[in-house]
Design a protein around this ligand. Structure first.
Ligand SMILES: Nc1ncnc2c1ncn2[C@@H]1O[C@H](COP(=O)(O)OP(=O)(O)O)[C@@H](O)[C@H]1O
Ligand SMILES: [Mg+2]
Length: 354
């Protein structure tokens, strides 16, 4: 039942409100009236987009995902997934179109890895051969050798391996939409970074629309095409590409969230612009080469050991200018200060227009 209000978005929340029955837990301590978990939220996720929802614990993130997945029903408002109202959707169709990954992974302990990954295909009555083939393919996709892992049980895996199995299971029937609730939360920082990188690669390959929830602002900045910053009651503080969120926090709540270590965070998402560069001179002959598209952190990493304190920036192999520490500072200033009041919406934004 495609909706006539569909705007080409893959996930769409329209004035969604959720008050749990009874006295809401965690309702504003001493703030008077009990508050809804989600007060009134509207936003869209574009096809293929990786939207990261970030906000403090208890602000309603999990409730939003559960409503999109129909584990919880909104009190009012509407959620469309691929143009279909989830409350009106056929449950089998919904299960096909949405993959769901949660922090605790939720693997069935008494089933093998292969059986866990094959859960939804089995529910959908795929035949054995097709399911087995798909399970092997998926385990390969998430970096687990099927020969080694398919017959193991969840307790025989590390946290990171269990997480990979959770992702493989969610992707089993190629859902166009993937919902991820703090998916890497239970993994140590090093493993977590690796899982983030692997997942980004997987996302680029599959083109699945992803809504990922986290309370970790660095994870949000690192992974998102756009970041949706929420405060209590799932109030939208900002919806923008990571660079814009870091460089131009829209509200005091966003500023608080990204404030600590903002300059360092900008290194990860900002880029040099041509206007930050100086002319390449004869002294730059042996300077390190860095792609203009590299983030500022990579430029800094190349600058530190550079004998003359300069690097040469290239674009498609052609030298476009040189940069020193002052150029890096110019870029950081440009990103945070002067005259930047508009950023093109959508996609990863590298260099803010002046
Ligand atoms: N099943 C429930 N019954 C009652 N209140 C709930 C339930 N689940 C969550 N809440 C409350 O709703 C609010 C939002 O919770 P949640 O969506 O889990 O937040 P987050 O995932 O951002 O930490 C919190 O105040 C929480 O205590
Ligand atoms: Mg949660």
């Amino acid at each position: 039942m495609p909706s006539e209000t569909s705007d080409g978005s893959m996930i769409r929340f329209e004035h969604v409100h959720k008050a749990y029955d009874g006295a809401p837990r965690g309702a504003g301590a001493g703030a008077g009236a009990p508050r809804a978990a989600v007060e009134d939220i509207s936003f869209s996720v574009r096809p293929g987009e990786l939207l990261v929802v970030v906000g403090p614990s208890g602000c309603g993130k999990s409730t939003m995902l559960r409503m999109a997945n129909r584990l919880v029903e909104p009190t009012s408002g509407r959620i469309l997934v691929d143009g279909v109202d989830v409350l009106a959707a056929d449950p089998v169709r919904l299960r096909r179109s949405i993959g769901y990954v949660i922090q605790e992974v939720g693997l069935f302990p008494h089933l093998t890895v292969g059986q866990n990954v094959g859960t939804v295909p089995r529910l959908l009555r795929w035949d054995r051969a097709r399911t087995a083939e798909r399970v092997d393919e998926l385990l390969g996709l998430v970096g687990l050798d099927p020969g080694r892992y398919a017959r193991r049980y969840p307790h025989q895996l590390s946290g990171g391996e269990r997480q990979r199995v959770g992702v493989a299971r969610a992707l089993a029937v190629r859902p166009p939409v993937l919902l991820m609730d703090e998916p890497f939360g239970a993994v140590d920082p090093v493993g977590r970074r690796r899982l983030q990188d692997e997942f980004l690669k997987l996302h680029r390959e599959l083109g699945t629309t992803v809504m990922l929830v986290t309370h970790d602002v660095d994870e949000a900045i690192r992974m998102a095409d756009r970041v949706l910053v929420l405060s209590r009651g799932a109030k939208v503080e900002q919806l923008a590409p990571p660079l814009e969120v870091v460089a131009r926090p829209a509200t005091p709540a966003v500023a608080d969230l990204v404030g600590t270590g903002r300059a360092a965070r900008l290194l990860g998402v900002g880029h040099l612009g041509r206007r930050d560069l100086v002319a390449v001179g004869p002294e730059d002959r042996d300077a390190p080469r860095v792609d203009l598209a590299a983030d500022l952190g990579s430029v800094l990493a190349a600058l530190v050991p550079a004998a003359r304190g300069r690097v040469v920036l290239t674009e498609g192999g052609t030298e476009v200018g040189a940069a020193d520490a002052a150029a890096l500072v110019r870029a950081l200033r440009r990103l945070t200060d002067g005259g930047v009041d508009h950023v093109a919406a959508g996609g990863r934004v590298g260099t803010l227009p002046a």
